[in-house]
Write a protein that binds this ligand. Structure first.
Ligand code: F3S
Length: 406
């Protein structure tokens, strides 16, 4: 891999051991993937922020970087933490957990990262332009920026995204290169998607049924807005590590089916019908009543919060059920100005920022069954809790219907 003089100096440790370690990681990554050189980046999204998922080792690492006076060189936003950084008491988070989480976020902040703590940074100011190369971790954001925005990122883990933010570069490889962004699998839909949960179920089914590294091209989707595209991408990234997809006439690198594939001949065709989608609802299903309905995986847009407020109007959340919405601090602020937060609270719901239903300490909080319109959340919740908490995939309208009374 070709390194400039400056990059060599960083690698040799001439500008500090923290940057040398970060550079070594990136060079190793680049050499494995046979990258020719580095590309400079201006934006990053760093995962590995919830104390529940990363714990003491990451806290030690970030604090050691702070001690070495390392600073990020990009507009680096953080993924969700394990709690709302201000209203954690309202979530029922213990002080011990909160102290550790706040320490971790403070350390990241001292590195220069922006503690927005959202997985939809592209809705909160850290939105790359079409064609821009970025270093994002967080699988749902990776799928969104590659597919929906047409920016370019590889599928980074938290540590390499952090390294890229410290160095301000990523190796030129994978999804940064034109030929690697073309569709490889033709996904033909033989049914009409009814609501946002169907998009999530479709993404989940496709991720589960294609090979790792494939790029699905969805043939048969006529309309998809931000909400549906977020849910679809997050689900296929969760069930199958899908980093990019195309939808002709909707995503920017696929004006037509032909353009989506470029010179590739599809490796195979995956035909999907209503029974396939139904199988996802059967798989992501719980027989228990919910104690939490959780909306916002990925974090809600303003439009989604408005929809929740409208659906909840003149209804009351049933006793014994919590109805929580998760979003970013910036979207929350606008939603508050427009009165949506007040409307949701009037019905007995709540809106939290900086965190989500998957990375908060679910077991410690005592939840046993969580309903959501996100296939990603429904997939991960039982797994990360070792089966202590069930989950169920339902549309937002169904979630509201089951958890409210007039
Ligand atoms: Fe975001 Fe948490 Fe879902 S990080 S994509 S809301 S699991």
């Amino acid at each position: 891999m070709y390194l400039t003089r400056e990059e060599e100096r960083i690698l040799k440790g001439e500008v500090g051991s923290a940057l040398a370690k970060a550079m070594k990681l990136l060079v190793t990554l680049g050499e494995i993937e046979e990258a020719e050189r580095f590309v400079q980046i201006k934006r990053s999204q760093i995962a590995g922020v919830s104390y529940k998922t990363v714990g003491e080792p990451t806290l030690d690492l970030i604090e050691s970087l702070v001690a070495e006076k390392a600073v990020v060189k990009t507009n680096a936003t953080l993924n969700p933490a394990g709690m709302d950084l201000k209203r954690w008491r309202d979530m029922g988070i213990s002080k011990t957990f909160a102290d550790n989480q706040l320490r971790l976020c403070t350390a990241y902040k001292r590195l220069g990262a922006i503690p927005l703590c959202t997985c939809t940074p592209y809705l909160s100011g850290n939105r790359p332009g079409k064609g821009e190369v970025v270093g994002f971790s967080e699988s749902s954001a990776i799928a969104f920026v590659n597919s929906v925005i047409g920016a370019r990122t590889n599928r980074h883990g938290g540590l390499d995204a952090l390294s890229a933010a410290l160095i301000g570069r990523v190796p030129l490889m994978g999804y940064l290169i034109d030929e690697n962004r073309r569709g490889t699998v033709h996904v033909k839909l033989d049914f009409k998607l009814r609501d946002e949960a169907d998009y999530a179920a479709l993404g989940y089914f496709v991720g589960k049924n294609i090979r790792t590294g494939e790029i699905p091209v969805y043939d048969g989707i006529k309309i998809a807005y931000t909400k549906e595209l977020k849910l679809l991408g997050a689900a296929s990234a969760a069930s199958g590590s899908v980093a990019m997809f195309h939808i002709p006439k909707i995503t920017p690198e696929a004006k037509t089916l032909k353009e989506a594939f470029g010179n590739n001949t599809p490796k195979y065709k995956l035909k999907i019908n209503g029974t396939d989608i139904w199988s996802v609802y059967e798989e992501l299903s719980s027989s228990k009543e919910p104690d939490l309905v959780a909306i916002g995986c990925p974090h809600c847009s303003l439009q989604e919060i408005r929809e929740v407020a409208i659906l909840l109007s003149r209804k009351k959340i049933k006793k014994g059920i919590k109805f929580w919405v998760f979003t970013s601090p910036r979207v929350f602020k606008t939603a508050k100005q427009r009165g949506y937060i007040k409307d949701i609270r009037t019905s007995g719901g709540n809106v939290f920022v900086n965190t989500c239903m998957v990375v908060m300490p679910i077991e410690e909080m005592g939840f046993k069954s969580i309903y959501s319109n996100s296939a990603k959340a429904a997939f991960y919740i039982p797994r990360i809790t070792g089966g202590k908490c069930d989950s169920k995939l339902l549309s937002l309208a169904e979630c509201v219907r089951l958890s409210t009374s007039a």
